[in-house]
Design a protein around this ligand. Sequence first.
Ligand code: ADP
Length: 247
Amino acid sequence: MARIVIKNLCKDYDSGKGKTIHAVKDASLTVENGEVIVIIGPSGSGKSTLLRSINKLEIPTSGHILIDDDDVTSPGTDIRKIREEVGMVFQSFNLFPHLSVSDNITLAPIKVKKMEENEAKELALKLLKQVGLEEKANAFPNELSGGQQQRVAIARALAMKPKVMLFDEPTSALDPEMIKEVLDVMLDLAKSGMTMLLVTHEMGFARAAADKVIFMDNGEIIETGKPEDLFTHPSNERTQSFLDHIL
Ligand code: ADP
């Protein structure tokens, strides 16, 4: 079953100097339920814009995005509902510094989903266990390492019980020794059947977890394939040239 269908998506930005930047050009993509898709490509190729359009952090210039057959690009859509269904984890963790780890996780379920406080706390503990941080429930974000904060950010997104998780360079701000602990949590999530779209430079993760890898360049989806195919014998020379630079 298709969870997300992106049809002919275009996103233009005004550069502010009278020039239009075509950040995403006519991108089409289907994400099946439970599929893990990794988007790669050079900086500025439109990866983040494509991802952010899915939960309406960016409003597309044209084209359509359907989540479970609901067209989220139509003007009347409930953005709050989309953000409940589509969780997102960013490069910067954005935890609330004045709230404990547990309160960071329970805030949205209590406020938005009207969950009982006790139930939300139980859920937070369960999710903290899942990300290996059960003992940090009462700690504050500044008492945690970057890798731990990012794992809390993942638990916080999962607390809304999303259908889809988006990750925008989730390990790019981390010291190298903390990357693995975050990737391991993401790998477990992928194995659990979560539908995931990720922008990441972690090719090892892509090989281990992705059902499909998408290469973007200059706003376009150039090539889509299974990791073992795309990494070893890409069909497009731009993909080959990019891989030659990074692998
Ligand atoms: P990537 O994630 O591949 O690095 P982005 O989606 O962030 O690429 O950006 C694609 C293009 O759109 C780039 O040229 C970038 O400078 C431009 N862009 C992104 N966001 C904005 C914005 N808010 N305003 C103007 N230009 C933007």
